[in-house]
Write a protein that binds this ligand. Sequence first.
Ligand SMILES: C[S@@+](CC[C@H](N)C(=O)[O-])C[C@H]1O[C@@H](n2cnc3c(N)ncnc32)[C@H](O)[C@@H]1O
Length: 380
Amino acid sequence: MMGQYSMTMTSKTAATTSMKSGGYYSESTRGAKDVIDNASGMLMDAIAALPEPSTDRALNIADFGAADGGTSKKSIRASVAAMRSKFPERQIVVTYTDLASNDFSTLFKSMQGLEGNDENTYYKEFDGVFVHACGIGFHNQLMPDRSLDLGFSATAMHYISEKPCEIPDHVHMVGTSGATLEAYAARAAKDWENILLARSNELAPGGRLVFMNFGKDEQGRYLGGTGGADMFDTFDMLWKQLATEGKISEAEYINASFSQFYRTKEEFSAPLVDTSSAVYSSGLRLISAHTGVVGCPYRAAFDQSNGAMSAREFAVSYIPTLRSWSETVFANALDASRRNDERSAIVDLFYQRYEDLVAENPDGHAMDYVHCYLAIEKIS
Ligand SMILES: C[S@@+](CC[C@H](N)C(=O)[O-])C[C@H]1O[C@@H](n2cnc3c(N)ncnc32)[C@H](O)[C@@H]1O
């Protein structure tokens, strides 16, 4: 039976999910690269466990939700090298997936070193390696049945396929409760099941998944919410301030709802350990699950400068990493009737205020990364 799972995403949800393009994403997202680099041992373990395919087909690696491919390039190069060393005769296909709105152009320039940086350009380094892309969301099955050997994904599957509703009292699910939170949790649970069933169809027997996704850890910590000034509360406070001042409307305040959900380790693991679930029946098995915090590199540089860096310099270095993934949410919350220059002015003012706030008092500002790391196997 062909395993087809089909989910569509409205263009509005897709528009608020995209990263800033033109290479801005990986240039401004050192922390996301640290997360992947730190966990690249999980990829090596997965490759060490891979069985040789029974036919002479190529080996397939996929990076689900790759953005411009910059943050995973080093780890994907290491994975290609490890696969080549284990199975020297096999050709290798690396498929980068993301939404149709993603900047695949920057990705392909970077893969070929066309921007003058040859670092980790494995496509040129190894013979018999092919680089493909797929601009369809990962809630769908993206590859043929039993064709994928190693599926990788970092910091991407917290995006839900559809907002069940706007969040009336905050910009993010971490700041809401009651029926709104329940609706987001239900959407996220269904999406996670769809993601796993789609990957299960794609995986070859013995194939592996290595996922590192934003989540909530055992202490309730999450991205930018690890004890200091809470990043999502700050976003909410500043966005609400614009509404109070009449610079944006009440509807524009409410429309800025991130289409994200931070799952706990238990929520990630549930369909993989529940022997009665469709995911378990499909042959997916959890090998390991753990949470981990990777500190904000911009905060670390500020702290380590021992006063050499001013609070303003820290703020100027820090805000772009927030902006790289959040800007589309705020820009698209603004009414469609607004002119582009008006829209840009509001968004610039919003981030300028965040920068000023941090420059005035940098205490506790840090976007620490909180992830749940999963290793998964397809047994049959
Ligand atoms: C924060 S970025 C992470 C990029 C990269 N994997 C990393 O770790 O740096 C999240 C990426 O997930 C992508 N994304 C979100 N929803 C997606 C979906 N349904 N299907 C595929 N990609 C998606 C976004 O477009 C974005 O490029």
